[in-house]
Design a protein around this ligand. Structure first.
Ligand code: SF4
Ligand code: SF4
Length: 355
């Protein structure tokens, strides 16, 4: 099986909305020391599932027995209507304390659903070409070393911010994988092009990128606002600013993202509720409104309690920065009915400034 098959698969992938595919082998042994060191330093925070899968993450054939090749795929996600100068627009939003900043990738439909279905179809197309084969699809899945596989198969290199980065497409894309039990020709890696740049390291509001390609997830706003349960550590609340779901700063500042591409699928179009929302408008949502607005969205996964916790921190920051009493009043009005975790965040928020 050779280049002809791969070319056919590339065409299939493109027709399904993927921008690029590659093929990696399953020997990721050289990635194991880095993975173990990261876990030993506790950089995964409360993501116990990362430790639980242990070295299976670097051993595809142990995770899915019989796997001999991994098809890697990337899909651009910048919403189709994204304007030129979008990085400047996003930095502008971050500078206005009353606005709410939601990661660009999460403003449309849940990418897990979109990618998984399309990866499955791609696997079916492969079956039509070579016959039935064992396979399993993944996207943003804990037991898979996604960026490592993407880098090995030439989808990009691992940027200093730890994300996959491409000269043709920056980093605003999702990754997915198909583990297959048929040997496919591996596609070669590309060279890294970060050079002496360290813009992502310097811009990070919480200093979460502790070395080149080394992330302390416990400090990362994406982790804190999405994955982390429980209180947000106090020293990190002010730097969180108005970022209520994820953080794009290290990507916004990356020079390669001038080449980031718009999605070809309408799925990632921005939903009305997440098109320039304000903190106060989102704070007014009760749980039913939250569930309605986040139907089919990745945001729903964090649940209403975590969503409110994030908003309380952002409102406290807006109160401190602007002195607008509307923020304090909104926080105060929700305080008595709040569960203990939320109430503690509301109290912190109210204490950011004297009335
Ligand atoms: S996502 Fe935000 S907090 Fe996390 S490393 Fe990037 S800039 Fe830092
Ligand atoms: S901002 Fe600079 S150092 Fe960071 S990933 Fe982009 S090119 Fe690499």
């Amino acid at each position: 099986m050779g280049e002809g098959l791969l070319q056919g698969l590339r065409e299939d992938a493109r027709s399904l909305g993927f921008s690029q595919i590659g093929v990696a082998g399953v020997d990721l042994a050289t990635a194991e020391p880095g993975l173990l060191g990261w876990l030993e330093r506790g950089f995964h925070g409360g993501m116990d599932y990362m430790a639980r899968h242990g070295l299976k993450r670097a051993r595809p054939a142990e995770l899915v027995p019989g796997t001999v090749s991994v098809i890697t795929a990337r899909m651009d996600y910048l919403p189709r209507g994204t304007e030129a100068g979008w990085q400047r627009i996003e930095f502008g939003r971050l500078a206005r304390p009353g606005d709410a900043s939601v990661s660009l990738y999460a403003r449309g439909r849940d990418y897990h659903k979109v990618l998984r279905a399309r990866l499955q179809t791609l696997a079916d197309r492969l079956a039509a070409r070579i016959g039935p084969h064992g396979h399993r699809v993944f996207t943003d899945s804990a037991p898979v070393l996604e960026v490592e596989l993407a880098a090995r198969s030439g989808l990009g290199w691992r940027g200093k911010h730890t994300l996959a980065l491409s000269r043709e497409a920056g980093s605003m894309f999702f990754l997915g994988e198909i583990y297959v039990d048929v040997a496919l020709p591996a596609t070669p890696p590309v060279t890294a092009h970060c050079g002496s740049c360290r813009a992502c390291i310097d811009v990070c509001p919480t200093r979460a990128i502790v070395g080149e390609r080394l992330l302390d997830a416990r400090r990362c706003i994406s982790y804190l606002t999405i994955e982390h349960d429980g209180p947000i550590p106090e020293p990190l609340r002010a730097p969180l600013g108005n970022r209520i779901y994820g953080c794009d700063d290290c990507q916004l500042v990356c020079p390669w993202n001038k080449y980031a591409r718009r999605a070809v699928l309408p799925d990632f179009d921005i939903r009305e509720a997440f098109d320039a929302p304000t903190l106060l408008a989102l704070w007014a949502w009760d749980e039913a409104a939250f569930l309605r607005a986040t139907e089919g969205s990745a945001i729903r996964r964090i649940g209403h309690a975590r969503w409110r916790r994030n908003l309380a921190v952002a409102l406290g920051n807006a109160w401190r920065e602007s002195g607008d009493a509307a923020y304090a009043q909104a926080l105060q009005a929700a305080r008595d009915a709040a569960a203990p975790l939320l109430r503690e965040h509301i109290d912190w928020a109210l204490a950011q400034r004297q009335p």
